[in-house]
Design a protein around this ligand. Structure first.
Ligand SMILES: C[S@@+](CC[C@H](N)C(=O)[O-])C[C@H]1O[C@@H](n2cnc3c(N)ncnc32)[C@H](O)[C@@H]1O
Length: 208
């Protein structure tokens, strides 16, 4: 299949899954290459293990591989069963987990805190504050010192409200925009406010 035919087929598949579950998929089409570049621009082979949340058809996954991240360093957490099956087929060396990202802290996915970056395509704006807290606190459970959580949004500000950032001891900075995405999007980098050791070592796991 040519790459144009493949992206057309991804578009059709994505649209079909959005029509079946608009709140969960939350976009009518996969993100474009421009947004994938901004989302992954600070990540490379030196980042080590990368956790991707809500990969969909794998646009950001492909960009991570192009940036030199080893496929075996990828853990892909996807709630949509059709997307999860597609990801397993496309990225056979990655670990694909068919699960709700708000349950991350309930499992021992790594055993330690080796994750250098989290790349999230999750529709945080359509989730409850409790769920957003569970996702962030779960993700940062696995994040090593200096690691960052990258999140895109179509909205005018960071999709994680300030009170949640404050509660979790996190800060957000905008790292770029992808104006050639449909719709245009901005990317936020969320990091710990203080290095580990200066405060609490691990976030508490909160119920979903
Ligand atoms: C807006 S789409 C983004 C897909 C892809 N990252 C992209 O940019 O094209 C949101 C994705 O998050 C997934 N998703 C939504 N809620 C989720 C959850 N609680 N846990 C894991 N994945 C979830 C959806 O199934 C979908 O694949």
């Amino acid at each position: 299949m040519t790459s144009a035919a493949a992206s057309c087929s991804d578009f059709v598949q994505f649209f079909r899954l959005w029509a079946a579950n608009p709140l969960q998929v939350a976009a009518v089409a996969p993100s474009g290459d421009a947004l994938a570049r901004v989302m992954t621009q600070e990540i490379g082979p030196e980042t080590g293990p990368v956790l991707e949340l809500g990969p969909g058809t794998g646009v950001f996954t492909r960009a991570l591989l192009e940036r030199g991240v080893a496929e075996s360093d990828l853990t892909l957490v996807e709630y949509g069963s059709d997307f999860a099956r597609m990801l397993e087929f496309r990225f056979p060396q990655a670990r694909v987990l068919w699960m709700d990202a708000s349950q991350l802290a309930r499992f021992d996915l790594y055993g330690d805190m080796p994750v250098g970056a989290v790349v999230s395509g999750l529709p945080l704006l359509s989730m409850s504050p409790r769920k957003v807290v569970a996702i962030l606190s779960g993700a940062f459970t696995y994040m090593r010192p200096g690691g960052a959580f990258y999140q895109f949004t179509y909205g005018p500000r960071c999709p994680v409200p300030r009170p949640i950032l404050d509660r979790l001891g996190l800060k957000a900075t905008r790292t770029g925009r992808a104006l050639r995405n449909i719709p245009p999007a901005a990317v936020y980098k969320i990091t710990r406010r203080q290095p580990l050791g200066a405060g609490r070592r691990r976030f508490e796991a909160l119920p979903a």
